[in-house]
Design a binder for this molecule. Structure first.
Ligand code: UT7
Length: 332
């Protein structure tokens, strides 16, 4: 039994937060943001719009595009670091309820920006072992809920959104996910952190006064390590599978910073047509970034059935992951 990437769907909130808007909020400029990150604007969820709402909308599209009914789904894995509730219930359980799916295994995973590719590896293992047939994997973030909009070093980067995919069983090896490589190094856990709430810093007045509930990042150190690790990681997965970078039509990197994307793309000698870029319009949407980017090339007609995608991501933990797979869904 093999696992195939059966469909893609995404949801993007309608509210736009532009660089010009941020200029009015913190000491920054459109010129600085564009030059250092490539970001022009990002989307922000409405006040009453939560992570599971965005995830459910993306999931409905992915299920429909796979030609399935909601009841066909036998596992839901939601990758998020901005869950509806920090402890319980999991966002995956809430998504199951919003989709009207009963008696389904559902859980969240926390791997920050690498979450979607981590979820992909979990789905692949469940399907290949024969335990599940149709797995709904989701990357969804209301990142604006953990951003301090007075901190110019982070608030210019992040946005909200969701992407979802169905991973289904197949006996046709030619449409199977080829390889996934996921890894972590906890010794860099202080590079990207939301210090509270958690067992280290339970919710208290001190947490609120010091803003410990907001994301903190060692930006420049993370940047340098991201370029080094991602380049090494994608080169390894290509060599391991005897695939040449020029034979990958769609390199879909995590959308954190255009300079990181460009550096890794150049190291692989990829043309601009091969490299998928959405960071300019959505910013960094963490676990949602890769499925949102895949959906972009799907909806614009660039992604065709059978074409290879190379996924590559890096995030808090630190975590990183890469994957090589053909798109095994129907194209419009
Ligand atoms: O998704 C998870 C993985 N995340 C990442 O991979 C993010 C990686 N990091 C980055 O993308 C970049 O490090 C940033 C975009 C966050 C920052 O770019 P940088 O080129 O690394 O800048 P820097 O942190 O070295 O700061 C350079 C200068 C500093 O001023 P001084 O000390 O040189 O006077 C900062 O205070 O830029 C200043 N600065 C800003 N200026 C205007 C920092 N943020 C801003 C800002 N607007 N928003």
């Amino acid at each position: 039994m093999y696992a195939k990437f059966h469909s893609i769907g995404a949801y993007v909130p309608s509210k736009v937060l532009s660089n010009a808007d941020l200029e009015k909020m913190v000491d920054t400029s459109d010129e600085w943001i564009l030059k250092r990150t490539g970001i022009r604007e990002r989307r922000i969820a409405g006040d009453s719009e939560v992570t599971s709402d965005m995830a459910t909308k993306a999931s409905k599209i992915a299920i429909e595009r796979a030609g399935l009914r909601n009841s066909d789904i036998d596992l839901i894995v939601c990758a998020t670091i901005t869950p509806d509730y920090f402890n319980m219930p999991s966002t995956a359980c809430i998504i199951a309820d919003k989709l009207g799916i009963k008696n389904v295994q559902a859980f969240d995973i926390s791997a920050a920006c690498s979450g979607f590719v981590y979820a992909l590896s979990v789905a692949k293992a469940f399907v290949e072992s024969g335990m599940k047939r149709h797995v709904l994997i989701i990357g969804a973030e209301k990142f604006s809920s953990i951003v301090n909009y007075e901190d110019r070093t982070t608030c210019i980067l992040f946005g909200d959104g969701a992407g979802a995919s169905i991973i289904s069983a197949t006996d046709n090896k030619s449409e199977a996910i080829i390889d996934i490589n996921a890894s972590a190094d906890g010794s860099y856990s202080d590079f990207l952190v939301t210090p509270a709430p958690g067992s280290v810093n339970p919710l208290s007045q001190k947490v609120l006064d010091e803003g410990l509930n907001f994301v903190q990042m060692k930006g420049n150190e993370t940047f340098k390590l991201a370029v080094k690790t991602l380049t090494k990681d994608v080169k390894k997965i290509l060599i391991d599978n005897n695939i040449d970078a020029k034979d990958i039509p769609h390199f879909v990197p995590h959308q954190a910073n255009y300079r990181i994307i460009k550096a890794v793309g150049s190291a692989l000698k990829m043309s601009s047509e091969q490299v998928v870029v959405t960071v300019d319009k959505y910013g960094n949407t963490s676990a949602a970034s890769i499925p949102m980017a895949i959906n972009d090339i799907y909806e614009s007609g660039r992604l065709k059935r059978g074409e290879l995608m190379l996924l590559d991501t890096f995030g808090g933990g630190l975590t990183w992951a890469s994957a090589i797979l053909p798109f095994a869904g129907e194209t419009p």
